[in-house]
Design a protein around this ligand. Structure first.
Ligand code: BGC
Length: 353
């Protein structure tokens, strides 16, 4: 009985702490499916804890719109801000207002770090360096780089220049691939080996498609040269690469190995049809739950759980990573469907051909 009463008091305590408080949540885009899931999962988790939620999404990759949204949230007196920035470098100025607010408004960096500001109280994400290494490790194993004669031809497609995760993903991938590139076992025939040469504006499929179509014609992939693998940092980029290959006459049987990240439904369907070789599952439910806990702790004046730290150029921020899991076609059911993340019908579609 005592136990139940205690639980009841705790619940009432939490609800009172949260009652009437508004959490501002700013997600970067609705174009990429994962951010819609992230926003909705987080909103539901926070509402369950008694918070009100102001959830906004960026539009057309427009950085100043997102900065304005955040400024409005500060002016409206949001108690905590949760931000996944389009551009990690663009919030230094506006977040001075959050720090100057009375009481100061704590900021949580969601999935992407917010650089150069001491306003960030907490960072919850996945280990992007590890995700990049998983993508590269897959290519290394599938091409059997340690044993096969090669050389093999690779192209690299990174994400948007403003996203701090891009560098982490790139460095993680290079920690695996660099020795093979240096030894000539892996070649990048476009010559575009630096991160800056491989960006995909806004992480958009169309941008990735246009770049690969250019390379197919300039390098001669599919005619004079074989393309063995395309390291794509996420699924929207992978989808653009897949479209360029299909338009260029490729089909499942001669497809290069394409990596991805997020396990978007389109990519899962492509995996089932041999049009993408792997993706990395990052459970947005786990991230939302982690961030909801952090919001509650910050509102209660407590320190959120953090197993690590991350320096954003201004402050060493307490940080927590959720688990990322590589997914290949044979793992789709076990990882994505049995966990309830997707219904079988969500990932049962026909592939584009
Ligand atoms: C996220 C990825 C996502 C990409 C594009 C990155 O910051 O970590 O999960 O695919 O942004 O939205």
């Amino acid at each position: 009985m005592k136990k139940y009463l205690l639980a009841l008091f705790c619940l009432i305590g939490t609800l009172t702490a949260a009652a009437g408080e508004t959490v501002g949540v700013s997600m970067p885009s609705k174009v990429l499916p994962r951010w819609t899931h992230d926003g909705e999962n987080l909103k539901a988790a926070l509402e369950k804890d008694g918070f009100k939620v102001r959830l906004l999404f960026g539009v057309n990759n427009n950085v100043s719109n997102q900065v304005n949204d955040v400024e409005n949230m500060i002016d409206a007196g949001c108690r905590v801000l949760v931000i996944a920035p389009i551009d990690g470098l663009a919030f230094t100025e506006v977040l001075r207002k959050a720090e100057a607010h009375n009481p100061p408004i704590p900021v949580i960096a969601y999935d992407r770090m917010i650089m150069n500001t001491a306003a960030v109280a907490y960072y919850a994400s996945f280990d992007s360096t590890q995700v990049g290494a998983m993508q590269a490790q897959f290519i290394k194993e599938k091409l059997d780089l340690d044993n096969a004669a090669g050389p093999f031809n690779l192209e690299i497609f990174t994400g948007d220049a403003g996203d701090p995760n891009v560098e982490l993903l790139f460095n993680g991938a290079m920690s695996v691939l660099k020795p093979y590139l240096d030894a000539g076992k892996l070649r990048i025939l476009s010559g575009q080996r630096e991160r800056e040469q491989c960006y995909t504006k806004g992480w958009l499929s169309e941008a990735a498609q246009a770049r690969l179509e250019g390379l197919i014609s300039s390098v001669g992939y599919g005619r004079s040269e074989k393309l063995d693998a395309v390291l794509c940092q996420n699924d929207t980029v992978a989808n653009g690469v897949t479209d360029a290959l299909l338009a260029g006459g490729y089909h499942a049987a001669n497809f290069p190995l394409i990596t991805g990240q997020d396990c978007d439904t389109l990519s899962v369907v492509n995996m089932r049809h041999g049009l993408q070789a792997m993706s990395v599952f990052k459970d947005t439910r786990a991230l939302a739950a982690q961030v909801a806990l952090a919001v509650k702790a910050l509102v209660a004046g407590e320190t959120p759980v953090s197993a690590t730290t991350y320096n954003n150029g201004q402050k060493t921020v307490p940080a927590q990573w959720c688990d990322a899991v590589p997914v290949t076609p044979d793992k789709i059911d076990a990882v994505l469907v049995k966990s309830g993340y997707y219904q079988p019908a969500d990932v049962a579609g026909d592939a584009k051909q």
